[in-house]
Design a protein around this ligand. Structure first.
Ligand SMILES: [Zn+2]
Length: 437
């Protein structure tokens, strides 16, 4: 294992140049697909059960291969003789976070986006791989991609799955489908073209279909509230996806389009800036999902939009949407609509002194969730939405060992997620900040 100790040495050398501070960067990066040989036990930490908020103090999490073998009080878990122990005294363990609205290839209006205008497909996928890596370091171990281009997402997912790239587990929707002039990359009109567009994404590996049924916040033309699809077109997208086992989520800012989509059995809405209480009640009754992306219109994002040089018209659009967005979210929380965390910014994007992912969870508490509910929206709920709740989203035997550590109990105070200092994905430590000697 020469390569590993060499890498460690290089990173420790770098760290030694910054005396007296704890590492803000990972101390070790393992890009192998295969989990480490032998069992690992994380000992000394408190484990948070995200289902009910209960805590196991002085817990042991026993990991074999890429899965959790046992979780319990130290006195109840038998450890194999040759187990490798990771001491985490004083830390709190929660499942790796899930972010359900991500674009690793995100480009927005302004100079930063314009600089990527001539980006080739090869450059795109490398940039996405870097964003995937940063997301994992930020504690996000599973993402749903809801709009990428040129099949870059399928290539990246394959590379992460086989261990040639480091990043979160991915479910993806492929390209955003829209009618001509709509808020999407893949334009298709009418029943035949839309059927083909949906089937093509699924053939390429999409487990979700992302469809734009209204204008978008980053469009320079048209109204966000415009309903752009005919009834037959929307029906086709949803029906063809469902017949092929994929779920459908919509980018939507239109109340009219929302009514129609709910009627037709849509599974999920993104952003949902202008949904009414009546529509939220229908979502609750039908078990439809809401991915709020509250950070996008929150004040904390303004710093980011100014940094990337977003034009004034864009900032105005964001501001004009903020009041409706927060009000909608408060109502959704009050009604108990299924909410899964998503940011529409890079999961690791700096926002209000933390990452967009953590800030998003904090905003759910601002909108009325308890800290435990916000933690569930970042773990258990999205795992359920993805039908991966037997694999990720809670720390249970048989689940992937996707684990993060923080300095306090986030089920009591969600801001504890700001203190993230350890990330494990599938039994591999990808980040472990250590105080310097
Ligand atoms: Zn988006």
């Amino acid at each position: 294992m020469m390569w590993r100790s060499t890498l460690m040495a290089v990173l420790l050398l770098k760290a030694s140049l910054v005396p007296g501070v704890s590492l803000a960067v990972p101390t070790a990066v393992f890009t192998r697909a295969a989990p480490p040989a032998g069992a690992i036990a994380i000992v000394g930490a408190s484990v948070v059960n995200v289902e009910d908020g209960s805590v196991i103090p002085n817990a042991v999490v026993l990991i074999e291969g890429d899965r959790i073998k046992a979780v319990g009080p130290a006195s109840t878990v038998n450890l194999p003789a040759d187990v490798h122990k990771i001491r985490m005294d004083g830390k709190w363990l929660v499942p790796g976070l899930l972010n359900m609205h991500t674009h690793f290839g995100l480009k927005l209006p302004g100079p930063a986006g314009a600089a990527l205008e001539n980006e080739t497909e090869m450059q795109l996928v490398l940039r996405m791989a870097e964003n995937a890596r940063q997301s994992l370091y930020a504690g996000v171990t599973t993402v749903r991609l809801v709009g990428e281009e040129h099949g870059s997402d399928f290539a990246l997912k394959a590379a992460i799955d086989n261990g040639t790239a480091l990043g979160p587990r991915i479910q993806t929707a492929g390209e955003i489908i829209a009618t001509t002039g709509g808020h999407g990359f893949l334009e298709a009109d009418g029943v035949a073209e839309l059927s083909k567009a949906v089937r093509t994404q699924i053939k390429n590996g999409a487990t979700w279909i992302k469809v734009a049924i209204s204008g978008g916040i980053s469009d320079s033309h048209g109204s966000i509230a415009a309903s752009t699809m005919t009834h037959d077109e929307m029906k086709t997208v949803i029906e063809v996806a469902h017949r092929n086992g994929a779920k459908v989520t919509a980018h939507n800012g239109s109340p009219v389009a929302a009514d129609e989509a709910l009627e037709l059995g849509i599974d999920c809405f993104e952003h949902a800036y202008h949904l009414t209480e009546k529509q939220l009640r229908t979502m609750k009754a039908r078990g439809a999902w809401l991915v709020p992306t509250a950070v996008v219109t929150d004040e904390g994002a303004m710093e980011f939009f100014r940094k990337i040089g977003s034009p004034p018209w864009y900032l105005e659009r964001v501001k004009s949407t903020r009041v409706d967005h927060l009000k909608m979210l408060q109502t959704a929380v009050k009604l108990g609509v299924n909410i899964a965390l998503g940011t529409d910014q890079f999961p690791f994007e700096p926002n209000a002194g933390t990452t967009a992912t953590v800030r998003e969870a904090e905003l759910y508490v601002t909108a009325g969730m308890t800290p435990l509910q916000a933690l569930q929206a970042a773990t258990l709920k999205p795992a359920t939405m993805l039908e991966m709740d037997k694999e990720v989203g809670s720390l249970k035997p048989g689940h992937y060992a996707d684990i993060i550590a923080v300095n306090a109990n986030p089920a009591q105070d969600i801001a504890a997620l700001r203190t993230l200092n350890f990330v494990m994905k599938g039994g591999q430590v990808v980040r472990h900040d250590q105080p310097l000697p």
